[in-house]
Write a new protein. Structure first.
Ligand code: GLU
Length: 290
């Protein structure tokens, strides 16, 4: 028997430049680099600036500077180029459009004209970390399979992925162990293309992780449900390889709230300006109680 072919390890750092990076990002990215180094792999930097309204070039530049200061380095990225360029999501629209068309033609997605407000008012929110909970899209709002999609373009409405209600999506997480989520209960039909005519995060990230041949995704545990949604996309797209997943515990502030870009005093930039060394910040990120 021929042994299975092992693909060379490829990990990625994928910040969204909507603000300055903080200690929580540092924690996830340091683990990402560590796992990549242990595997002797290549680290890819991908600038997730798909949302042109919310993302700012100055934050994208600051993220590269701050991560380099912290001691991270990567082998491919917007600053270095590489075989899978471009590494800025804002320049990869045609990849996302091609995948949107494939999903539409195969009947996996449908156009949705409901507003966010309607959804909030009429849809139950599943239990869980309140910051992540998204209303469950009511199945009765779905069009019958195979109808309504032909004449519409991506930016004319939201496009949603029809989840297989009741199916359990399970995967092994390298840090957290077995994970199970039920489609239609833990999460509902999710957007793959937004009314503002841009791909949704779930679509863009799967398209890029496939295209850039990523073998392991290391991300924050706030994205566990997203990983379950993304596994449905990998399957719908018939991906020949699905990356492994490692979700890192989230850092919390003194009152137990998870760190966010609004915690300015914990931004890498602010800590550096306050005189902390990169080594001190690394220690705080990896052992916040120290
Ligand atoms: N860009 C996403 C974020 O900053 C993370 C992407 C991912 O790890 O899939 O939240």
């Amino acid at each position: 028997m021929t042994p299975p072919v092992t693909r060379p390890y490829r990990g990625r750092l994928a910040p969204t430049p909507t603000g300055h990076l903080h200690l929580g990002h540092a924690a996830t990215f340091l683990r990402t680099q560590e796992r990549c180094q242990q595997a002797g792999g290549t680290l890819v930097y991908r600038n997730e600036d798909i949302d042109r309204q919310r993302c700012k070039p100055e934050y994208a530049r600051a993220a590269i500077e701050d991560l380099a200061w912290l001691g991270l380095s990567w082998g491919e990225g917007p600053d270095l180029g590489g075989p899978y360029a471009p590494y800025d999501q804002s320049e990869r629209r045609e990849h996302y459009l091609g995948t949107w068309a494939r999903l539409r033609d195969a009947g996996y997605i449908y156009p949705c004209h409901r507003s966010r407000r309607e959804l909030r008012e009429h849809a139950p929110t599943p239990k869980g970390d309140e910051q992540d909970a998204e209303p469950l899209y009511p199945p009765k709002w779905r069009p019958p399979p195979g109808t309504g999609a032909e004449a519409l373009l991506p930016g004319e409405c939201t496009w949603r992925f029809r989840v297989p209600d009741g199916e359990t999506i399970h995967f092994h997480d390298a840090l957290l162990g077995e994970q199970r989520f039920t489609a239609g209960k833990d999460f509902g039909d999710f957007p793959v293309w937004r009314r503002e005519d841009m791909p949704a995060y779930e679509l863009a990230v799967v398209v890029d992780d496939i295209a850039m041949d990523i073998t392991e995704v290391v991300r924050g545990a706030d994205l566990l449900l997203s990983t379950a949604r993304q596994l449905l996309l990998y399957r719908a797209l018939g991906a020949s390889h699905i990356p492994g997943f490692a979700h890192c515990p989230l850092l919390r502030d003194a009152s137990g709230r998870r760190l966010a870009k609004r915690h300015d005093s914990l931004s890498l930039r602010a800590m550096r300006e306050a005189g902390l060394s990169a080594e001190e910040v690394r220690q705080r990120a990896l052992d916040p109680d120290s």
